[in-house]
Design a binder for this molecule. Sequence first.
Ligand code: NAG
Ligand code: NAG
Ligand code: NAG
Ligand code: NAG
Ligand code: NAG
Ligand code: NAG
Ligand code: NAG
Ligand code: NAG
Length: 684
Amino acid sequence: MDSQVLYKFQVLVLCFAYFLLSASAAVVQRSSYVPVTSTPNGDEIFQIGNISYLAALKQPKAKLKAAFSGSSGTGLATVISTSGKTVTADSLKATLAEYISTDDVLTEDFLSSVYLTSSTSGAYLDSSAVQYLSSMSVEHVMLHSSFSNAAKGGSFKTSFVPAATSIAPGPYATSIQDGTISFSPVYRLYSDTYRDFLFGAYDSGDGKGTHIPLGAFLPHFWDPMIPVPSRLYSIGDTRPLAGVRVAIKDLYDIKGLQTSGGSQAWAYITPIANATAPSIQRIYDLGGVLVGKYKLAQFASGANPWDWQDEHYPFNPRGDGYLTCSASSSGGGCSVAGYDWLDNAIGSDTGSSMRRPAAVSGTYGQRPSQGMISLDRVLPLGAATDTAGVFSRDPKKWVKFAKAWYSPDLHQPPSITGLSPLVVPDTDKFPKTILYPTDYLPLNNSAAQPILEAFISNLTTVFGMTVKKFNFSETVANSGDPIASNFSLTSSVTGVIDSWTQYDEVGKPLVDKWAELFDGRYPPLDPAHRDWKHFNTTINNPTTYAQALKTKKAAVDWYEKHLQFSTPESCSESVMLYDIGTGGLPSYRELDLNGPPSTSFLAVKPAHAAITGASICPIFACADFTIPIGQTTYFSNVTFHEEIIPVTINMVVKRGCDFMLFNMIEKLADAGVLKTVKTGKAAF
Ligand SMILES: *[C@@H]1O[C@H](CO)[C@@H](O)[C@H](O)[C@H]1NC(C)=O
Ligand SMILES: *[C@@H]1O[C@H](CO)[C@@H](O)[C@H](O)[C@H]1NC(C)=O
Ligand SMILES: *[C@@H]1O[C@H](CO)[C@@H](O)[C@H](O)[C@H]1NC(C)=O
Ligand SMILES: *[C@@H]1O[C@H](CO)[C@@H](O)[C@H](O)[C@H]1NC(C)=O
Ligand SMILES: *[C@@H]1O[C@H](CO)[C@@H](O)[C@H](O)[C@H]1NC(C)=O
Ligand SMILES: *[C@@H]1O[C@H](CO)[C@@H](O)[C@H](O)[C@H]1NC(C)=O
Ligand SMILES: *[C@@H]1O[C@H](CO)[C@@H](O)[C@H](O)[C@H]1NC(C)=O
Ligand SMILES: *[C@@H]1O[C@H](CO)[C@@H](O)[C@H](O)[C@H]1NC(C)=O
């Protein structure tokens, strides 16, 4: 201890003694710290009142030498960053109020110890501040060396912290040993009440993004617990995704976690991931926080809710709570629709798997242009049809996330996509035409159609576009192009692309390994994957796959010349609208509830269309975004009560015009046409 600090310490001991004689009793009652259990790696789960937390004791963010001999064991502290020469009660109150309103982890229960840092040297804690901290029952105040002194009269112990250790504000778990106090990050544990997750996870603190699975579970309601760190830890972090909490589809590798693809059999034969998918690493590098793995249709299939066996189907917060989450990024859309404590979820889209879950959960979600981001270390379906997207409630934050995430150095090469190299201009060269396909629209629920019409009217106003009605199926079929016009051909090559990669990299290795381990048995898989036993390698093999890519490229070339094309004024001359959802009708998670005309199945091909709307972009490589535009009602056969259901629309543009479409979304949000959706039963 240097002499100056020793002097301060002596002064403070005197202050403290003085205070013991004069102070009135503290007024705030605090819930006490209750340790619950240690995790296998030595971190600690604890409760305060009825809230559970995780203290990442194995990765302290700061160790401070303080002239303080407190008891050992875990304690709680709040780091408060102050500015200005004189720190007053009002300034402390205002800072704390702001912390508590922006963060869901910090509560006043963390005020048993307080560490005050200051950006001004020679800062001083005035008597009102000392009185305020006493009235909050603070027991120990640590002052950063930027403080010169504190007024007398506090009911707390005070120590000066000599070294200028930087530490983000917020709640911490502390432990004291040999005059050193360690500050470890605290996570709040939320219970996954909609059971949309497989498990929660948190950063190991190795700086490389290795994660630790959290094996915590709320027995009362069977819910996994999901850890989220204090939002205050990222104050001052200027990276675009700093502190953004993201759930990941369990198809992507995260170093330290098991990837299952929604299959226990796959988890059985696959080691813990020893590296992170580059697409997920980028989120981490941009400051994002990975909170856990969410449920998916097994190996990203399109299985209906009633065909899930390994996992219990996730719940949708919207309406009566018994609506489908769709497939396959089901847990992603539904968790973003369900939880304010979660910001985004990463999913994948091969045939509809981002766009339809976004539609039924009333959230924003996209299938980007083919080739937008690397899918290395992601379990594949079809290498040249798979894409990755992000779910969001807030249109502007969605745009910010996607633009930061989709970096050109992660674009997929033509050797994977079979297409020309992807170029994604960040441009305001907006479309002039709204294509309205009469074979897909109007919406199936007549109560939802006026919402779409208002949206179209808003689009024409904001961008000065004109609406062109056309028949998509007829236009393509009559194009005269030998490949594009042949829907049976383009659909069948998409079938080859969607099957081969998965069989080659997942199906065959799994089936062979299981047979070897279990006396020739076929692995226990959901019904959607029983047919690997009969996989026809005459139809699907590297040669037919390569041929399929050539056919696909020819169809895409036609599309970009004749249907959605660039002009000097527009990246994509048109934006095409259609609905990938249910047109505002309920589709239930239970098979028997679907069937009456006032309900809907998913993936329904309109009677006179050549293909489902969902199939357009997987075939033609375009970008297709699901956008929530309103809501309507239905009478639920589960709650026997009127319930609210989201209405969404899909916006489709030429491949490569994603950022143009994102810029349109931003303008629509500025104009008040698009809004942030709420969590829970109703999106608006
Ligand atoms: C937890 O306790 C607080 C304060 O006593 C109370 O307001 C809240 O409703 C409780 N929450 C639950 C989930 O029990
Ligand atoms: C990860 O594990 C695989 C085998 O599963 C191995 O081939 C590879 O070298 C390992 N990579 C690293 C970075 O350890
Ligand atoms: C959108 O269009 C509808 C119908 O024309 C109109 O009532 C509404 O005010 C418009 N909304 C915005 C935000 O411009
Ligand atoms: C669109 O074209 C298809 C194929 O020619 C035809 O069957 C269908 O009836 C047309 N739909 C509309 C709404 O015109
Ligand atoms: C369309 O493609 C299929 C192969 O998928 C072929 O059998 C059929 O003859 C083609 N139709 C036309 C009109 O060219
Ligand atoms: C595989 O498909 C080819 C072509 O359709 C067919 O002739 C063959 O019988 C199929 N093989 C099996 C094992 O089903
Ligand atoms: C509810 O069930 C009744 C009776 O089967 C049926 O007529 C009605 O269409 C159903 N409505 C919904 C929204 O499920
Ligand atoms: C619209 O609803 C009708 C009646 O339920 C159904 O037959 C049709 O397939 C639905 N169309 C779409 C595109 O969902």
